[in-house]
Structure formats: structure tokens, C-alpha cells
Design a protein around this ligand. Structure first.
Ligand code: URA
Length: 230
């Protein structure tokens, strides 16, 4: 592997900045300063940069986070803090959120650097279930159960939503499981039947539930068994 690529892979550096630092003599390979970004390193090479020995950890990383309101699910936002403000991990720039929640939605957010894994969760083809606890402005009629099971036509869409499972928990409270991830889907589904979502919390993605030990704003690594569920 090239030295500049190795440096990028174990840090947040861009390829051009990594190249610049190498040319400036900031990087040592096996105790010797190497100034060629294209220098070939192998598995046994010991790379030293910024006072640390770098190793290339090939394992992907997987986390669950309890998102509070007021945080956005993107890597960068000009107006609001992102969920990455809540995390303290190396090479944060390589992580991404798996399927976004709205600014005012709370609950389970998955974060990883494994694009194939997140694709299996978000791709419509895989129909991965997402379960939400929903608080509503108006009472929910039991008729909504059949309507959502059949699928509803959302505003500015041409096809009905996939069958969704609604469980009524109270007059203005319900649990909804959907199998796709259209923009603002839960809010738009309730709007389609004349109601308004006033609170939304994601409880589960697939069979993976938000860990009740995580307070809002906390996160933890997924176990190997949790990762393997997808
Ligand atoms: N559906 C919504 O309307 N908002 C979310 O944040 C998630 C699903």
C-alpha cells in the first residue's frame, strides 16, 4: 500500500494533506524519514506520525446512539450540531449515519464506516423494518390500522407506502413499524390520514432495539451478534 493512502486510512487527513505532510518529512517508516507519498509500505512496516505509531485496523466499526432532539444525522451542518458531536472516536470523518432521523426525532441511530452494511439496512430492496413510538395531536381512529396495513398514498407520491403495522397504545399514542424509509415517512403517513405527529422516537431497526441503558446523547459499540443481525 502507498504511504499516503495508509496515512489517510488511519486518520482524518485528506490524501493531499497526507502527501504534503509526508513531503515535509513528518512521517517515518521503520525509523527513517520517508518523503515520497507513493513509497510502498507492507504489513510489517512501522509508521510513525505526530508522535504515535500508526497501525491499520482493518476492522469496521459499528455503534448505536441514542439521538436527542436538536441534532442532525449528517456529517456536516451549518445550522445545527450533528450526532457526531456526541461521539469521541478516532477518524470520525470515516463514520456515517445509517438512515437519517429528523432534527426533532429521538431514538436509535446506527453509525458505521461499513458502507455495505449500511446499504443492507437502508436499501428499499431489503425492506428492513423500523419501529417508531409516535405521539399525535389528535386521537387515532382504529381504522388507521387497516389503512396503514393496505398502504397510504403520501402527498406528491404516485405509489402507496408498503404495508405498515400500527399498534394503538393510547388515544394519541401508537407504535408504527414501516419497511421503507421515505423522506419524513412517519409524519407524512399520519398527515395522509388527517393527523399530526407531535413526537417521534425510533425504538428498533430490524430486530435491534435501542439499549435502554443508553441515556439521550450516549452511544456504545455494537456487539458482533448485533452487527450480524443485518
Ligand atoms: N419518519 C419521519 O417522519 N421522521 C423521522 O425522523 C423518521 C421517520
Amino acid at each position: 500500500m502507498r504511504l499516503d493512502k495508509f496515512l489517510c486510512d488511519c486518520s482524518d487527513l485528506t490524501r493531499s494533506l497526507a502527501g504534503k505532510l509526508i513531503r515535509q518529512g513528518e512521517v517515518m517508516v521503520d525509523g527513517i524519514v520517508v518523503k515520497q507519498p507513493a513509497f510502498h509500505i507492507n504489513e510489517g512496516s512501522q509508521i510513525e506520525f505526530d508522535g504515535a505509531i500508526l497501525t491499520l485496523d482493518q476492522r469496521h466499526r459499528y455503534f448505536m446512539l441514542h439521538k436527542p432532539q436538536g441534532y442532525v444525522c449528517s456529517n456536516d451542518d451549518p445550522d445545527h450540531p450533528t450526532v457526531f458531536f456526541l461521539m469521541d472516536e478516532p477518524a470520525m470523518g470515516k463514520l456515517h449515519v445509517v438512515g437519517r432521523l429528523d432534527l426533532d426525532t429521538t431514538g436509535l441511530v446506527l453509525v458505521t464506516d461499513d458502507g455495505q452494511w449500511s446499504h443492507r439496512i437502508t436499501s428499499p430492496r431489503h425492506e428492513c423494518a423500523k419501529t417508531y413510538h409516535v405521539w399525535l395531536a389528535d386521537p387515532v381512529s382504529p381504522d388507521a390500522i387497516a389503512l396503514f396495513a393496505e398502504g397510504v398514498l403520501l402527498r406528491s407520491e404516485t405509489e402507496k407506502t408498503r404495508s405498515a403495522q400500527l399498534v394503538l397504545l393510547g388515544e394519541r399514542e401508537a407504535q408504527l413499524t414501516i419497511h421503507e424509509g421515505k423522506y419524513h415517512q412517519v409524519k407524512r403517513m399520519f398527515a395522509a390520514i388527517g393527523n399530526k405527529v407531535v413526537g417521534l422516537h425510533r425504538e428498533c431497526v430490524g430486530t435491534l432495539a435501542l439499549d435502554s441503558a443508553l441515556a439521550e446523547g450516549e452511544y456504545r459499540e455494537l456487539t458482533a451478534a448485533e452487527v450480524a443481525q443485518f
